[in-house]
Design a protein around this ligand. Structure first.
Ligand code: SF4
Ligand code: SF4
Length: 486
């Protein structure tokens, strides 16, 4: 029932049900250029997901050698040569913002290409649909099996198919945990039953969700559960490329037989339904843009093949913008797709995306791997020593962000005559500078006492920390020195 029909229902009649029973989709196999792109993207996504945790990256003896690792226990994120500390979370935030703007960019340029090609739900649904074909056959055989009563053959096929679903789902859930710990070690622990219970629970939950969402819910996730189609709908405009049925060319539709009898009475669409048969979400693109269309373009492959077979030009279903479709309808030639993609909105998104990317790269290149923070003792703020000098106490936190131990020199700046010693040394060893070995990839707290000569007035000063023999590897932290004179 269309929305108009619903609105026009007679007074007193009950409203239509808000629940639509799922109609299973038995999409036909198709080959074509977009299908080949989908194969390539699927292979790439699956390979990246499954292979990445097993890649190694030598960071020396003091850091893990897993190329990509989210080390929650030690609060680090490793990505090849980059190590992100918790206080550098802005890098992760920047990457997330880039991912968001990247999606805006792709959507405004080529519509829902993310949904159609790279979204995990699409990739795994596609994989499961190929399993369906492998076990049950193509569209018609699957449909016949679906309608057939339960018997030994149907039960056997279902068991085989669901076992393969389960194996893929388990491999999916299983791979996820390897991003959070050393993959070979965790794998051994997992199979010997000694891994953390959280690992088993994570695998169980992800296996179950993959099995249900990819195996059985499929297009329901895209149409009813995912918010992204609604957001994307708001982001596309009349200049966004999307899969379009060129009704001015296809209508009125009629079978080839009828069209051959009266060529002038029919458009190019021979109503063969091939575009519907290959659609993974089971929709008819000839009814116009719909939220169920994930822009996978398989209907373009199907229709192009039909047009070739009947000797008509390809592109009855094609990528087009609404604006271009109107122009084409009025008899103008279609604008090249590349020209359609480069417009102010996509350029603005691209500039924002690349600007953030360059900014992050600059910050990565410019960051130092040495840091110091200072916390001053407040109670007491100072102590007057027997010789009249004044002592303040501080806790320094020396951060060595390199995967090797480093010697660091600590100096007091802006406090004339001051000397210092640490909590584990005697005052007799006090000096204007301290040397400290800081372990690899660690933050070391250090208790420091600073003594200034009698008569010193309260003032601001700074601790500077310099990695010995590494020019540029230094940091500075401001502090205050309290005295009785105020
Ligand atoms: S209508 Fe075409 S582009 Fe849209 S989901 Fe179906 S096959 Fe893919
Ligand atoms: S595949 Fe092309 S010709 Fe066949 S029904 Fe779809 S639009 Fe018409």
């Amino acid at each position: 029932m269309t929305q108009d029909q619903q609105l026009a229902r007679k007074p007193g009649t009950p409203p239509p049900s808000l629940y639509a029973k799922r109609e299973p989709v038995f999409n036909r196999r198709i080959d074509g250029r977009f299908r080949r792109i989908k194969w390539a993207v699927m292979a790439l996504c699956l390979a990246v997901y499954w292979v990445t945790p097993w890649l190694r990256w030598d960071r020396g003896a003091y850091a893990p050698d897993q190329a990509v690792l989210i080390d929650l226990a030690h609060r680090r994120f490793y990505m090849f040569g980059i190590e992100i500390w918790p206080h550098e979370f802005y890098f992760v935030a920047g990457l997330l913002i880039m991912a968001g703007i990247g999606l805006f960019l792709v959507t405004s340029a080529v519509g829902r290409a993310w949904c159609g090609y790279a979204c995990p739900q699409t990739v795994w649904t596609d994989l499961f649909q190929h399993v369906d074909r492998l076990i049950d056959g193509d569209r018609n055989q699957r449909f016949r099996l679906y309608k057939a009563p339960w018997g030994p053959s149907k039960i056997a096929r279902r068991l085989v198919k669901w076992t393969i679903y389960l194996a893929i789902s388990f491999a999916t859930g299983g791979a996820w945990i390897f991003y959070f710990a050393d993959a070979p070690t965790l794998q051994r622990a997992f199979w010997t039953g000694t891994a953390d219970p959280v690992a088993y629970a994570t695998v169980a939950v992800l296996t179950a969700t993959t099995f249900v969402l990819g195996g059985f819910m499929r297009e329901q996730v895209c149409i009813y559960m995912c918010p992204w189609p609604r957001i994307q709908t708001a982001m596309t405009d009349e200049k966004s490329l999307t899969v379009t049925y060129k009704d001015w060319r296809g209508e009125p539709r009629g079978s080839l037989k009828k069209a051959l009898k009266a060529p002038d009475a029919f458009g190019d669409c021979i109503d063969c339904n091939q575009c519907v048969a290959v659609c993974p979400t089971g929709i008819d693109i000839r009814e116009g843009a719909q939220v169920g269309c994930i822009t996978c373009a398989l209907c373009i492959d199907a229709c192009d093949r039909v047009m070739k077979d009947v000797g008509r030009p390809r592109g009855l279903i094609d990528y087009a913008t609404l604006e271009d479709a109107q122009a084409e309808k009025a008899g103008k030639p279609p604008t090249p797709h590349l020209k359609l993609i480069w417009r102010p909105r996509t350029i603005a998104y691209f500039l924002a995306w690349s600007g953030i990317g360059l900014g992050l790269l600059f910050l990565l290149g410019a960051r130092v791997h040495t840091e110091v923070t200072v916390a001053k003792d407040r109670n007491p703020p100072f102590i007057v020593m027997s010789d009249g000098s004044i002592r303040n106490a501080y806790t320094l936190r020396l951060r060595n962000m390199q995967a090797r131990p480093r010697r660091m020199e600590i100096v007091v700046e802006g406090l004339p005559g001051a000397v210092m010693w640490t909590g584990d040394t005697a005052r007799q060893q006090a000096s204007a500078r301290l040397l400290r070995m800081v372990p690899a990839d660690a933050t070391q707290p250090l208790r420091v006492y600073v003594v200034a000569p009698s008569g010193t007035r309260a003032r601001d000063f700074a601790f500077t920390v310099q990695a010995v023999g590494e020019p540029g590897e230094a940091d500075r932290s401001a502090a205050t020195f309290d005295t009785p004179e105020g």
